[in-house]
Ligand binder design. Structure first.
Ligand SMILES: *Cc1c(COP(=O)(O)O)cnc(C)c1O
Length: 361
């Protein structure tokens, strides 16, 4: 019997969440964002479950090649583009789509001997100030690319910095206004992609030709005021383990490293096979919710590398081998993120490779 921690991946929930995206996004084509090993859910299994999308977006060239070699013939976009001329050969060979966001990339592109029709996503910096060309450069860059390759297809792309916030509309509008007509119809008529998960939910005006959902596909809310469940999403990843030991404490006994938790009465403590080396956040404090035998209880004491400890008072049938849910079905990961003062994205993508993942339907 192996160590009992598992991440269960619900492929039906992925498909359900995609249908929620489609309901919001109407006619827009969907590019499923599967970077960071599909936010910790496993690249190939996630892509298989979402095979009806029109495109995938990744960061690493290796992931893009892996998708192509597995037989996915949709658009596959590299979100940060390429880092060398050699990578451009691979992009050409596998007919991958690439962002270009910098003059360095533009120079490499224009010097490249392509063999196939290139598919370029021109990233425009509309106010996030991370990646992209200035809005007024887009006509010039468009013309340079068309000179290099008249049949290159070009899509304009930008990314919002505040779409998740309840009061983010001003910044979203400010960024949208950067896409004003450029007085060149060829540029103004280019297809566009703007919206991440939060913008898909909050701002229909941003849906354009392609939407780029990430976190909502995994059943998690990008909005601070709502959980995934409230948005009609279903959690895809459930992180589970078991109780592997039980300790009976007297009043004033302490638990774990630093003796951070002191029992204020006699209590039973369960030791769970899950720790920060599995990706459980070390900063989750005493009181963070957790399910034992499907019943809600709380963490007590510090998270160790391989174990954590829970309050078993009130869960009288709990014993060694009792199932534990750390997040997922019945316990939204948003709650754990909030308690640990981080965001769900970080928890999902920090799942350790040592945790086995299993697909369920
Ligand atoms: C990660 C990413 C997304 C997806 O963001 P979510 O908030 O997870 O929907 C979309 N676009 C770009 C450029 C990204 O890097």
């Amino acid at each position: 019997m192996p160590r009992p921690i598992r991440a269960l991946i619900n492929c039906t929930a992925l498909q359900h969440n995609l249908s929620v995206v489609r309901r919001h996004a109407g006619q827009a084509r969907v590019m499923a964002v599967v970077k960071a090993d599909a936010y910790g859910h496993g690249l190939l299994r996630t892509a298989q479950a979402l095979n009806s999308v029109e495109g995938f977006a990744v960061l690493e060239l290796e992931a893009a090649v892996q998708l192509r070699e597995a037989g996915f013939n949709q658009l596959i976009l590299l979100l940060e583009g390429f880092f060398s001329a050699e990578e451009l050969d691979v992009i050409d060979h596998y007919q991958l789509s690439t962002v270009i966001h910098s003059h360095e990339q533009l120079s490499l592109l224009l010097a490249h001997n392509k063999t196939k029709k290139p598919d370029i996503f021109l990233k425009i910096n509309t106010g996030m100030n991370r990646l992209g060309f200035r809005p007024k450069e887009k006509n010039d860059i468009f013309n340079k690319i068309k000179q290099w390759c008249p049949d290159a297809s070009i899509t304009l792309m930008t990314h919002f910095s505040n779409a998740d916030e309840t009061l983010g509309i001003e910044q979203v509008n400010q960024q949208l206004s950067q896409f004003v007509p450029s007085l060149d119809k060829k540029v103004d008529d280019l297809p566009q992609t703007l919206a991440n998960s939060a913008a898909i939910l909050r701002y229909p005006a941003t849906h354009a030709d392609w939407v780029r959902p990430g976190i909502i596909l995994y059943g998690v809310s990008p909005l601070p005021e709502k959980t995934g469940i409230e948005l009609g999403l279903r959690p895809v990843m459930t992180l589970t383990s078991q109780i592997i030991a039980i300790q009976q404490l007297d009043s004033f006994d302490k638990v774990g490293y630093g003796g951070q938790f002191t029992a204020d009465r006699p209590m039973r403590i369960g030791v769970v096979a899950a720790g920060y080396a599995d990706g459980y956040p070390r900063h989750a404090p005493t009181g963070t919710p957790i399910l034992v035998n499907g019943q809600r209880t709380r963490l007590v004491g510090r998270i160790s590398m391989d174990m954590l400890t829970v309050d078993l008072n009130g869960i009288s049938d709990a014993k060694v081998g009792s199932p534990v849910t750390l997040w997922g079905e019945g316990l939204p990961v948003e709650e754990i993120a909030k308690s640990a003062q981080t965001i769900s994205y970080e928890l999902l993508t920090a799942l350790s490779p040592r945790v086995p993942t299993t697909s369920i339907d």
